[in-house]
Design a protein around this ligand. Structure first.
Ligand code: APR
Length: 237
């Protein structure tokens, strides 16, 4: 059924969350025990307030995440999505993830709704640097301003043009596949519904049920994303 929909679709959009990277060794945010927000309050470490009020805690929290991204690498599921793009099976990827793994694996049309940990920029002058600045604990710009990852912090809006591209892609999709997201964070969680409202088939592959499952044509809760992608790829071969 899954692969039939993939074969029949003319505009397939894949939408990924942190559950896409747990098999690479990066924690997600809301899984019981292991999720990042199970042990940290995001408003105290991942917000503009934290950047202004408790910058040392902010720096350390994000340095840990930059080191995590450098230590881990995209798993086979990422390679499959990049291959499907080359084969014309997938047209684009909308991701909430900031690890940059889709690009590392070779996917080209990727909309990073929440920015990226691969780069940092100065909160004062906007100058950009590679994330090795955080790796080597260099947290300030040559202008003296604070360096922060180029991610969307709690309290900030999403990048306008990326958001509009994701709206356009969701409206064009005739197949929209959610991989590893609790779909709890707005406005990022609106895209599956937007696709559905515009006639797309909606597939949700997530270890836990989501509040959007009732709108989905297919829901897979008992399998890891990486396993499902490998199985689908074998059927498509
Ligand atoms: N296969 C399938 N599902 C998985 C896997 C896996 N290997 N690993 C984890 N999951 C599921 C979890 O059950 C969980 O429901 O992925 C989901 C991840 O949900 P969250 O941790 O809430 O992550 P996400 O949906 O990406 O969060 C959205 O919240 O804090 C913000 O900016 C942050 O982008 C993030 C946003």
């Amino acid at each position: 059924m899954l692969t039939d929909l993939l074969k029949k679709s003319t505009h397939t959009v894949v939408y990924t969350g942190a559950g896409m990277s747990t098999e690479s060794g990066l924690p997600d945010f809301r899984s019981a025990d292991t999720g990042l927000w199970e042990n940290e309050d995001p408003t105290l470490v991942a917000s503009t307030e934290a950047l202004n009020r408790d910058v040392e805690k902010f720096f350390q929290f994000y340095r840990e995440r930059v080191l995590g991204v450098k230590d881990c690498k995209p798993h086979k599921g990422y390679d499959i999505l990049a291959k499907w793009e080359r084969e014309g099976i997938v047209q684009s990827i909308i991701t909430q993830n900031v690890d940059g793994f889709h690009e590392v694996a070779g996917s080209k049309k990727v909309m990073e709704l929440h920015g990226t940990l691969q780069q940092v920029h100065c909160q004062t002058c906007g100058k950009t640097y590679g994330n090795e600045m955080y790796e080597s604990e260099k947290f300030y710009c040559t202008c003296g301003g604070k360096l922060r990852p180029s991610v969307v912090l709690f309290g900030e809006g999403l990048p306008e043009d990326t958001f509009m591209q994701a709206v356009e892609e969701s409206q064009k999709a005739d197949l929209f596949i959610v991989l590893g997201s609790s779909l709890t964070v707005t406005p990022a969680n609106q895209f599956p519904l937007l696709a559905k409202e515009n006639g797309a088939k909606l597939i949700i592959i997530n270890l836990e049920p989501t509040s959007f499952d009732p709108y989905a044509d297919i829901v897979i809760n008992d399998q890891k994303v990486g396993e499902v992608l490998e199985e689908m790829d074998r059927y498509l071969a």
